[in-house]
Design a binder for this molecule. Structure first.
Ligand SMILES: [Cu+2]
Length: 159
């Protein structure tokens, strides 16, 4: 699925974020040179990122769960943003009994941040990328399938 951000002109405020611990953190000073992440502020666009249950024990198909284990996916799996445009990502963990997380990696695979996404919660963060490139993201709990990519494009050229 391809989600290109249109000029939505959304001005929004992030919800309170869950507490961080050493396993879950926002970008540090060095990582913030690549992407800065804030829990509140103004965003020019918003993307809702769902955690989707593709095949789970409660609803099956049981042959699929037996073969692959429980399968989850982010939706969308592809997000395009422009460099220096603050974009709110709001994560909806739709599962009543499954934790997910969101790990963002730099193009060189360095982990930049790691969020915990608790069951049946929404959590918003405002991302501003300072470098172009392809940034992979992962749910570390559900590998290898629960992944996605953020494509950071150069700023729009003036008309
Ligand atoms: Cu997950």
């Amino acid at each position: 699925m391809l989600t290109i951000l249109a000029a939505l002109s959304v001005v929004a405020r992030a919800e309170a974020a869950p507490p961080m611990d050493k396993h879950f953190y926002l970008p540090d000073a060095a990582a913030s040179k690549i992407v800065s992440v804030a829990k509140a502020g103004n965003a020019e666009a918003e993307v809702i990122v769902l955690t989707e249950a593709v095949a789970i024990k409660e609803t099956g198909p049981k042959e699929t769960v037996a073969k692959f284990g429980e399968v989850y996916a982010f939706s969308p799996t592809f997000i395009a943003v422009r460099r220096e445009v603050p974009t709110m990502l709001t994560f909806w963990n739709l599962q009543p009994d499954d934790e997910h997380d969101f790990m963002l990696a730099a193009p060189d695979s360095t982990v930049l941040m790691h969020l915990k996404l608790m069951p049946l919660t929404k959590a918003s963060y405002i991302f501003t990328f300072h470098e172009d490139g392809i940034f992979n993201f992962y749910c570390a709990v559900h590998q290898p399938e629960m992944n996605g990519q953020i494509l950071v494009l150069p700023p729009a050229s003036p008309k």
